[in-house]
Design a protein around this ligand. Structure first.
Ligand SMILES: [Zn+2]
Length: 401
């Protein structure tokens, strides 16, 4: 259809097909221009900011593609037989058609399809339109604050327990996981892998009888073996369940990594960061470190892990850090100390992150701007906040099916 009418002289509105083609082509040319940017020429901060913005673009595109796959699936309804969209184009399934159009591999297309089933509008058996199974995840995908990975973690973890828990519990779990994934509550976003472990723990808490370890997991757990070697070392083999892994990984991260043994900056390192070489001897330096009793007081005050919001490294493996540096007359007492893991301690020492106290006096690590780069169209309300009025009274409160 032509967009103008010569007879009337009035422009007819552009149809949805033309709008989609125009916007997608414009986005394609804009993204193609990124090829002119040479990352090697960027400053470190500009590079990281640039990578973060491209992450935003990737998440937005993934969210749109999930919606598209949902639509292809609805138009490929098997009731339509050979009239279904996928069948008309020689594909046995919507997933197969998506694979052909986009060039992704079969397993990737399946991931899109699974997430689309849970986050796009459904049709009831009687043909009535239904909301997506996970409306909050669908909204976050639309906003581009999460992409395929996080949507997959949340929906694949929660879908099996939905029919057995109260809707407000399911809403709380979905909302909290989304908040943790995106840093929507002012915290630092957790990684998709850490979120998978949290989601699994949520399911155990919500539905303790329902989440049985699989026969495979039980078998694997039984195979965890500790073998003493002739040279005095110990060989560990086997597989941990997700819950066991969630508890054990931070300990191993902190203890086994070469980063974790307490270490002070060397003279050349300090000079490289524009700092004065250490005036104290190594013995003096260690003597300025907090006493075991002070460390216990810090742990009691600030909690059992590194003070970084997303860090699970237990406090007993952390180092006490002077909020006001020793070199700047900071005191070695508990009012001037916080527990930081080796990694976060070093980020603060190097000035990459800063350490402040919030208005309740709690220590808070502040990352550089590029680290928290998710663009929000709306800030989520944290479940349990005072102004949380609970589930919408007009809402269907039956278990989601
Ligand atoms: Zn840490």
């Amino acid at each position: 259809m032509q967009s103008t009418s010569a007879a009337s002289g009035v422009e007819t509105p552009e149809g949805p097909d033309a709008v989609a083609a125009r916007i997608a082509e414009n986005a394609l040319s804009a993204v193609a221009e990124l090829a002119s940017i040479n990352p090697a020429q960027l400053s470190a901060n500009a590079l990281l900011t640039y990578v973060g913005v491209l992450g935003n673009i990737a998440r937005l595109v993934e969210g749109r593609q999930i919606g598209n796959v949902g639509d292809i699936a609805r138009r490929s309804d098997t009731d339509a037989g050979f009239e279904g969209l996928a069948a008309r184009h020689g594909s046995s399934s919507p997933t197969g058609l998506f694979e052909k159009i986009t060039g992704v591999k079969n397993s990737t297309a399946h991931r899109y399809s699974k997430v689309a089933e849970q986050t796009t509008p459904r049709v009831s058996d009687t043909g009535l339109p239904l909301d997506p199974m996970f409306t909050q995840t669908a909204d976050a995908l639309a906003e581009g604050t999460i992409g395929l990975d996080v949507a997959e973690v949340i929906t694949s973890a929660l879908a099996p327990v939905l029919s057995r828990v109260a809707p407000e519990q399911a809403d709380w779990a979905e909302n909290t996981l989304l908040g943790n994934a995106t840093g929507a509550y002012g915290e630092i976003p957790v990684t998709a892998d850490a979120l998978r472990q949290q989601a699994r723990m949520f399911c155990v808490a919500l539905d303790p009888d329902g989440v049985e370890p699989t026969a495979e997991e039980l078998h694997q757990a039984r195979a965890l073996l500790f073998r003493h070697q002739d040279d005095g070392s110990m060989r560990i083999t086997g597989t941990l369940s997700p819950e066991q892994a969630a508890q054990v990984t931070p300990v191993f991260d902190a203890f086994m990594s070469k980063r974790t043994s307490p270490k002070f900056m060397e003279t050349e390192e300090l000079a490289a960061h524009g700092e004065e070489p250490e005036a104290r001897s190594k013995q003096q330096e260690r003597a300025d470190v907090f006493t075991p009793k002070q460390r216990l007081a810090l742990i009691a005050r600030d909690g059992g892990t590194c003070v970084a919001a997303d860090c699970d490294i237990p406090a007993w493996l952390c180092e006490a850090h002077h909020v006001h540096g020793w070199a700047k007359d900071g005191k070695t007492d508990t009012t001037n100390g916080v527990m930081l893991c080796w990694w976060h301690h070093r980020l603060v020492e190097r000035g990459e992150w800063s350490l402040t106290r919030d208005n309740t006096g709690q220590p808070r690590l502040v990352p550089p701007d590029w680290y928290v780069n998710r663009r929000y169209l709306g800030r989520r309300r944290k479940p349990g906040d005072d102004n949380d009025t609970g589930p919408d009274p007009g809402r269907d409160t039956r278990p989601r099916t």
